[in-house]
Every structure is written in structure tokens, then in C-alpha cells.
Design a protein around this ligand. Structure first.
Ligand SMILES: NC(=O)c1ccc[n+]([C@@H]2O[C@H](COP(=O)([O-])OP(=O)(O)OC[C@H]3O[C@@H](n4cnc5c(N)ncnc54)[C@H](OP(=O)(O)O)[C@@H]3O)[C@@H](O)[C@H]2O)c1
Length: 256
């Protein structure tokens, strides 16, 4: 498959590597070019703009930091959206707001393209191992067309599902996964740098959850508490530490 891949951070770089190793023809773009050059030995094409990565792609995968970054690469100067061919699929894998995803889906629809929103669970080590859990939302036929790519990056692809099945996903797969074990270990060893998942992105995600809940008039008292804890960590200068550094806030509050 002819693939464009934009965003080669802690997550995107190993994900793109898996897509290349699965035998697809991949053109990558990253704002900081040195990271894209790391994939040249796997025969990745290196584009000098998001538009150049999207040109001629059957599937465009994006894995950038947040809403602002996704808007920038899709709609900014030499953005990907205008260059993506009609009939192409955009697999948006960053964790971004539902509002931006809905808006992008409309823009893609108007251009004869399809959006698949496919955020992931798992940290960079899971991305390295091709063991992400991917939750895909969008038209079923588009998801199926992308399945070989998603399966190259993850150990499982789940359709965004009704609440009863989501509960099964959360209880059956995530909480039984090594997530708790890994974070417990990071905290016990106070190993917060370098970050696998930056704390400021944790703040972004809890804000996204709170905004979506606010829109639906759903109180989320624990998420509000988490937001304040993350804010406290960012205020103390720990935004780029791993989000397990939340434990540092607890320690600091306790005078430790
Ligand atoms: N890390 C995790 O454990 C984890 C787990 C699940 C989901 N996620 C989600 O995955 C996404 C990526 O996370 P990450 O940990 O890979 O982040 P990261 O290491 O900070 O990488 C961010 C990527 O976005 C690019 N970027 C940021 N702002 C940009 C802009 N304005 N224009 C163009 N490119 C921009 C960066 O380019 P540069 O290289 O030039 O900075 C880099 O490629 C986030 O949405 C995060 O919430 C992360």
C-alpha cells in the first residue's frame, strides 16, 4: 500500500518503522527532519512538507502531539489535506478532541476522502514492540482497508463500540495489561525522565475528556481532580517528565 506518515515522535517513529517493515511504500514527514532521516535505511521516502507526504498516498497516517499540531500539518502552509488524493483515507492516530475529528471528517468528506480516527493505548515501548491497542472509528469498509497497516502497528484493533463492549475492552484488555505494573515500577524507581508519555500530554487528554463531558453535561469529579494535579505538576516545571511523575506531586505535597 502507498502510505504517507506524518509525526515521528516517541510513538510515531516506531509505528512508521513497523509499517515499513510490513512491506508498504512509505513517505514520511516530521517537522524536525533528523527523526525522519532515521527511517531512510528502511527505504522510507523523506518528504519536506506534509503536502509532499500526502501526495499520491492511498492512506495517510498522522501521529502528532495535539489538536494544534494536527491542524498545522493538515491545514497549515503546505498542509496535507489539499494534497491528499480523492479516495484516500486519513488514519488519525493522535489523541485529539472529538470536535477536531468531527470537523476533519467533514472536510475530508467534502474532498472525497475518508477519516478513520484511530487513537492508541500503549506507551513507546509498546509501539516499539508493535503491541499497541488501537481503537478505530469511521466507516467499516475504510477501517477494513487499513487493517493491514493497523495490524502492523498493534496487537489488536477494536472498533469504537457501544458502552457495554467498551467495558469489556477496558476490563478485559487494558486493566489486565502490564499498564499498572509498568507505572508502579516507574514510580517506585522515580524514573520520570526521559518521558515515555509526557505529563503535559496527560493534561491535554484529561482536558479533552472534561471538554467532551462538559459538552454532554456529564460531571466527572475525578477527571477534574486529575486536571488539577496535572496543572500542579506543570506549574512546578514537570510538564516534560513522564506522566507517572504525578507521584512527584503527591510526594511534594507530603513535604518529601
Ligand atoms: N507517548 C505515549 O505513551 C502515548 C500513548 C498513547 C497516545 N499518545 C498520543 O500520541 C500522540 C503523540 O505522542 P508522542 O508521545 O509521540 O509525542 P512526542 O514524542 O512529543 O511527538 C510529537 C510529534 O508531533 C510533532 N509535532 C508537535 N507539534 C507540531 C506542530 N505544531 N507541527 C508539526 N509537527 C508537530 C513532533 O514533531 P517534532 O519532532 O518536530 O517535535 C513529533 O513528531 C499524542 O497525541 C499523545 O497524546 C501517546
Amino acid at each position: 500500500m502507498k502510505v504517507g506518515f506524518i509525526g515521528l515522535g516517541g510513538m510515531g517513529l516506531p509505528m512508521a518503522r513497523h509499517v515499513l517493515q510490513a512491506g508498504h511504500t512509505v513517505t514520511v514527514y516530521n517537522r524536525t527532519r533528523a527523526r525522519a532521516d532515521q527511517l531512510k535505511h528502511l527505504n522510507a521516502g523523506v518528504a519536506d512538507s506534509p503536502a509532499a507526504a500526502a501526495q499520491g498516498a492511498e492512506v495517510l497516517i498522522t501521529m502528532v502531539g495535539d489538536d494544534a499540531a494536527l491542524e498545522e500539518i493538515m491545514l497549515g502552509e503546505r498542509g496535507a489535506l489539499a494534497a491528499l488524493p480523492k479516495g484516500a483515507i486519513h488514519v488519525s492516530m493522535s489523541t485529539v478532541s472529538p470536535g477536531l475529528s468531527r470537523w476533519l471528517a467533514e472536510r475530508h468528506g467534502a474532498a472525497g476522502q475518508t477519516l478513520v480516527a484511530a487513537p492508541v493505548f500503549g506507551r513507546p515501548d509498546a509501539a516499539e514492540a508493535g503491541k499497541l491497542w488501537i481503537v478505530a472509528a469511521g466507516p467499516g469498509d475504510a477501517i477494513e482497508r487499513c487493517r493491514p497497516l493497523l495490524e502492523a502497528m498493534g496487537q489488536g484493533v477494536m472498533y469504537a463500540v457501544p458502552p457495554a463492549e467498551l467495558l469489556d475492552v477496558v476490563n478485559g484488555r487494558l486493566f489486565r495489561s502490564p499498564i499498572y505494573e509498568n507505572y508502579g515500577k516507574l514510580i517506585a524507581e522515580e524514573r520520570y525522565e526521559p518521558a515515555g508519555f509526557k505529563l503535559r500530554y496527560g493534561l491535554k487528554d484529561v482536558r479533552l475528556a472534561l471538554e467532551a463531558a462538559d459538552e454532554a453535561t456529564v460531571p466527572m469529579p475525578l477527571a477534574s481532580l486529575m486536571r488539577d494535579r496535572y496543572l500542579s505538576a506543570v506549574a512546578r516545571g514537570w510538564g516534560d517528565a513522564d506522566w507517572a511523575a504525578l507521584a512527584r506531586v503527591a510526594a511534594a505535597d507530603a513535604g518529601l
